[in-house]
Write a protein that binds this ligand. Structure first.
Ligand code: ME8
Length: 597
């Protein structure tokens, strides 16, 4: 609990991916990207059913929810660019349970109205954020009620449910039962002693009622075996270790229903109108509902890849796989876990008044600017901190200046008056076996060959990072190459070369050609993270939509002695700056300069 509620330091696996792309296809061959083989998501006939958690509708979405959705979206988009295969991305809202029942009562509204309103806010947000979901599930839908009731019947049919008196602590905000060891005592706002969950700090209440119990304890050994046989099923790796440790402790049976007189807002237990199905069983089954359970899930199950926050790891890595095994289905193929966003070092909470509204962020930083910030700065292994100045600084430096500036420099009419994708000259940039031999290489320098090698390597590196849920590292490596390309451009001062001199023109065009080729690769690779900006960049370079897949990542084909389809092509229309520089709000300028305490 301590590890999970504070921060997970990157362990060995956090520091490096399991395999770093090197060797043959990655260096200097100019061969199209081949995805590394990996179960489920790569290779011919790949299938993936990506999901975000389904979110509670007791409050509007904040940047933490958005982050989960963006991680899933970037993975989904990335896989879509890898080649043949088909994928789905499901998100949605978790609408039943005591928490929602109480929130509706407090707001003086019917639960169904509250659900429709807040669910709409999540859907609108994800739509605005360009989250490419293929399904948006609401647990109040009839298709889901049917799936949950079938799932329940399957558990019962296998003799894995029994009725018993449950006595213990229940935490409504977390919708979970806790043992004595998981609670502590703290004073409440009035200074009165009050029992709270050790992990979340939320208040708990003593509950005694007759419930259905699920024989979770029977699955301790099968769960251990499953995890030991699938070392990469939970990533990042430190979270895998956390789950293994949980499985060393006692695994008591789980209460999976509540008395209907206490909880009316939920799916009734089939054949027992006195009980309502526990909201977590209801919620977890959503992943099967979107796969087509109970009739048509076989085409998709178990190609499930769940993105979840660390707060709900136990539900996804212990309860859910056990429930699946119980009904004879395989556990999910992959569980991707991420940590939490804090705001200026503090946990986001309504009472602190520091909950960050993602729609306001889009207005301030643009959609792609904020997507970029969250995915570039978010490190799944540890909590990350949000504050305005950090977003502005990062986005201006990497998107507006480094990437946008580079594009601007090499397409400006003063340097490229004909507005075409210029020609590459082999005599200026020779393909040498020894890149250090400057004489043999025309006008290219050793650092230029290093640039070519870096960009050649980049697609495989980026794919590897995505496959290992290290999107922030993928972006870090793209940015490093963008900076290297700016260095290349700066080094050769093409603006000083004279177009009227044939030798200089040849070299000038070659410098522009290499730079545009770099930008084409960055544009393709950045599509999963900043789709609108990548589209703008690629359209400006005149790269057609059908030329933007990862199979089109052959970098600098002319250098490798192959034809380049873009050479001589008219560039796309000028649509203005690639990415507008963000303004620092006045108040913050004063704060930064120390004019305000
Ligand atoms: O737990 N930083 O829903 P929920 C990053 N309905 N991510 C955050 C975050 C933060 N500060 N706060 C929340 C539920 N999240 C259940 C899930 S799934 C079958 C049922 C994200 O509305 C993160 O993904 O409380 C976390 O796991 C999820 O929102 C919890 O959302």
């Amino acid at each position: 609990a301590v590890l999970l509620s504070t921060s997970l330091r990157p362990g060995r696996s956090g520091a490096r991916p399991r395999s770093t792309p090197q060797g043959a296809g990655a260096r200097g061959t100019g061969s199209p990207l081949l995805a590394p083989p990996r179960r489920g998501s790569s290779g011919p006939g790949r299938r993936w059913l990506l999901s975000t958690p389904i979110f509670y509708v007791n409050g509007p979405p904040h940047i933490g929810h958005l982050y989960s959705a963006l991680l899933a979206d970037a993975l989904h988009r990335h896989r879509g660019l890898l080649g043949p295969g088909s994928g789905r991305l499901a998100t949605g809202t978790d609408e039943h349970g005591l928490k929602i029942q109480q929130a509706a009562a407090a707001a003086g509204t019917a639960p169904s109205e509250l659900c429709s309103h807040v669910s709409g806010l999540f859907r609108d947000l994800f739509f605005r954020a360009a989250v490419s979901f293929t399904d948006f599930i609401r647990t109040t839908e009839p298709r889901h009620r049917r799936a949950v009731q079938c799932f329940w019947a399957a558990l019962q049919g296998r003799g894995l449910l029994y009725k018993d008196f449950y006595e213990g602590w229940y935490c409504t905000p977390d919708e979970c039962f806790l043992t004595q060891a998981q609670i502590t005592e703290r004073p409440d706002a009035q200074g009165r002693p009050c029992k709270v969950s050790l992990e979340s700090g939320h208040q708990v209440h003593w509950t005694k009622e007759e419930n259905y119990m699920f024989k979770l304890s029977e699955f301790q050994e099968p769960l251990r075996k499953w995890l030991q046989g699938n070392r990469h099923v939970i990533s990042p790796e430190p979270f895998y270790q956390v789950v293994l440790r949980w499985l060393e402790e006692d695994l008591p049976d789980l209460s999976v229903s509540r008395e209907r007189n206490r909880l009316q807002w939920g799916i009734p237990v089939p054949g027992d109108s006195t009980q309502t199905i526990y909201v977590w069983v209801d919620a977890l089954v959503n992943y099967l509902t979107v796969a087509g359970y109970p009739d048509a899930h076989h085409a998709w199950w178990p190609a499930a890849h769940h993105v979840v926050g660390k707060d709900i790891l136990k539900f996804h890595a212990i309860y859910w796989p056990a429930l699946l095994m119980a009904v004879g289905l395989d556990p999910p193929e992959q569980i991707y876990v991420h940590s939490h966003w804090t705001v200026r070092g503090q946990k986001m909470s309504k009472s602190l008044g520091n909950v960050v509204d993602p729609v306001a962020c889009f207005k301030q930083y643009t959609v792609d600017g904020f997507r970029y910030f969250l995915l570039r700065q978010g490190v799944p292994e540890r909590d990350c901190d949000y504050y305005e100045e950090k977003v502005i600084k990062l986005v201006n430096s990497e998107l507006a200046d480094a990437l946008g500036g580079l594009l601007n420099r090499c397409i400006a009419p003063s340097i490229n008056p004909s507005g075409i994708y210029p020609h590459f000259s082999e005599s200026c940039f020779r393909k040498g076996s020894d890149h250090i031999d400057v004489e043999a290489s025309g006008r290219a320098l050793a650092e230029d060959y290093e640039l070519v090698a870096s960009v050649d390597r980049l697609p495989l590196q980026v794919t590897d990072y995505f496959e290992h849920f290290q999107i922030y590292k993928a972006l870090e490596s793209v940015v490093a190459c963008v900076r290297q390309t700016n260095g290349f451009f700066q080094r050769h001062t093409p603006w000083k070369l004279c177009r009227d001199n044939p030798a200089e023109k040849c070299w000038l065009d070659t410098v522009l050609h290499v730079t545009l080729e770099c930008l084409r690769i960055y544009g393709i690779l950045l599509q999963p993270v900043i789709p609108a900006t990548a589209d703008k960049l690629l359209s400006r370079l005149s790269i057609k939509p059908e030329e933007r897949a990862f199979t089109d990542l052959t970098f600098l084909p002319r250098y490798h002695g192959k034809p380049c389809p873009f050479e001589g092509r008219k560039l796309g229309p000028d649509m203005g700056a690639l990415f507008p520089r963000l303004e620092t709000p006045r108040g913050h300028q004063m704060e930064i300069k120390g004019l305000r305490p």
